[in-house]
Design a protein around this ligand. Sequence first.
Ligand code: PMV
Length: 310
Amino acid sequence: KKTSIGKSHAKVILMGEHSVVYGQPAISLPLPDITFTATVEERLAGQIIFTPTYQGPFSSLAEGYEGIRQLVNRLLINFNALKQPFTLRLRSDIPQERGMGSSAASATAIIRAFYDFFDTPLDAKTLQKWTAIEERITHGSPSGLDAATVSSDAPIWFIKHEVTQPFSLNLNGVIVLADTGIKGQTGLAVSVVRSLLEENPQDAKQHIHTLGILATEAQTALQTNDLQNLGRLMNQAQQELTALEVSHPQLDVLIEAANQAGALGAKLTGGGIGGTMLALAPNMEVANRIITALETAGANEVWTQTYPTF
Ligand code: PMV
């Protein structure tokens, strides 16, 4: 029985959320240890799907899976196999709606699994074209940053409509992530920044410009293992994001707790006004202290990520 497996992983934005909307550069990091796996298995008849919340005929896939439903249908049409019997199993460690790229990761894993199932090589450009189909259905106007990062082992340097560039990283530290448990509100946060730009353009533009400079400096710090400087840049970015009114009291509590416990820097990641924060620890020992502090301060869930040096 033929079985094909497609994998992908989570992502976070390290620098440049919000300012990226206005043309400034952003950096996103892959989280290779938080994975999404899609498995396509041959069967004799019927099309069956197993997701964390729905199991049954693919044709009656529940609401909330519209992106996946359309993606799989279009893939089958592409392979001239609309009636192909299969079992599709989806397994995810990536929390949803936390700015961690879960929808792009699901698409990437599914596309990889079906391309393997139909013995077709898949290049990066084709993968991104297919992921964008799912992302447009799920998110409206995706920037492409998620799609690029969930399929990459390297960080991505990103400028909207212009650059999507993987770069190699030299980072000895530990990334610690914590979820506030409060659903992030990216749409609301984006409109808060837009209002600030209308009310007080000079000020808001200055913050956005500074966030761009911080992202540029962070790329150098990431490539040279300059942990102290990277931490400092993260703290500065958090100040700028706070000035843009996209932080949240619970984010501030977690960021303060991480810094008190020895983080080199900490900031919100993604849309803000809830959602997730990210801290940088110099080593695992300090990371463990930060984790304890975050849990004590009420974090809903905590993750760590380290990177091999290339
Ligand atoms: O929460 P995420 O990972 O989807 O990131 C949102 C990033 C913003 O810059 C706030 C919005 C955007 O579209 O880039």
